[in-house]
Design a protein around this ligand. Structure first.
Ligand SMILES: [Zn+2]
Ligand SMILES: [Zn+2]
Length: 300
């Protein structure tokens, strides 16, 4: 599987949406997975405007239950109901989210035509042969998670070494890819000599949180670090009081975690006319930074 992971920003505002920025929602698409991270109000229309089909979503990761991250769930699920959605919808979130969403979505008295499974998660909570998703607790006054999606590097055949070995293609190579040594015409070939492992690809989502010790190790070596930057450094005391990060702190997290690219989001209406303030502040600390706009997409 060599397809790229695509991340689309459907909403990039903080608590109050603006004409340009919708409430938080980010779509990660890879292979058969369409994972939505948070679902602020109006997210389903943002899908339409991005010419994406919301019914392809199969998992939703909720960071926390503040309205700007969940008010769109009700409408999205209602649309699923009216669109013949016929798979299980998995919703993951921090401690307490199950009961909260059951009430918020009226799941105990409105019968859905499809199954919704809500799980409270921490640590590595979902894994397949090809990827895993993990959660880490953040500090935001109420239970809050950050998430990472990691696509595991696959074992690939080193074509140059293969050519020298004179091995025929086909079934034997499949075994090498599975890490198994093979014997061909009486000679043994070790898998480790003819294969290499691709690097993992990691995307981390650090949304609402106060600066804390867990962020840097959790975001370690991210290819994409998506990080909230609700305030600028001049307002760092206010950021602390409201349990949020500044753009400067986002830059520091990117640098210390050895991330490759930083994308700033959760942008306050305060910066509508001076968004460069946040970007410049981060860039002083970490060069490869972008400030996300609604409908921006990135591939890795
Ligand atoms: Zn928020
Ligand atoms: Zn919040």
């Amino acid at each position: 599987m060599v397809s790229k992971i695509k991340v689309t920003f459907l909403g990039t505002s903080a608590q109050i949406p603006t004409a340009r920025r919708n409430h938080t929602a980010i779509l990660l698409s890879w292979d058969k997975e369409n994972i939505l991270i948070d679902c602020g109000e109006g997210t389903q229309r943002q899908f339409r405007r991005a010419r994406l089909n919301p019914c392809k979503v199969n998992r939703i990761l909720i960071t926390h239950k503040h309205g700007d991250h969940i008010f769109g769930l009700l409408g999205l699920i209602s649309t699923f109901e009216h669109s013949g959605y016929n798979k299980t919808l998995y919703i993951y979130g921090p401690k307490g989210i199950k009961k909260f969403l059951e009430n918020f979505l009226g799941l105990n008295y409105v019968k859905q035509s499809f199954e919704i499974k809500i799980e409270e998660v921490s640590g590595k909570f979902f894994e397949t042969e090809n990827f895993y998703i993990e959660a880490e607790k953040m500090e935001h006054g109420i239970p809050t998670n950050a998430y990472s999606f990691v696509k595991k590097g696959q074992i690939r055949i080193d074509k140059k070494k293969l050519k020298k070995s004179n091995l025929p293609s086909g079934i034997l190579l499949k075994k090498l890819k599975q890490g198994k040594d093979i014997v061909y015409e009486g000679k043994k070939y070790l898998a480790k000599n003819l294969t290499y492992k691709e690097e993992d690809k990691k995307i981390s989502f650090v949304l609402d949180t106060l600066m804390n010790k867990k962020i840097v190790p959790f975001a370690k070596n991210s290819d994409l670090l998506i990080c909230e930057s609700s305030f600028d450094d001049e307002l760092k005391d206010m950021a602390k009081e409201h349990l949020h990060l500044t753009a400067k702190q986002a830059g520091e997290i990117a640098k210390k975690s050895n991330s490759k690219k930083l994308i700033l989001t959760h942008i306050s209406q305060r910066y509508e006319k001076e968004k460069n303030k946040l970007f410049d502040e981060s860039k002083k600390i970490f060069k490869n930074v972008v400030l996300a706009e609604d409908f921006d997409s990135f591939e890795i």
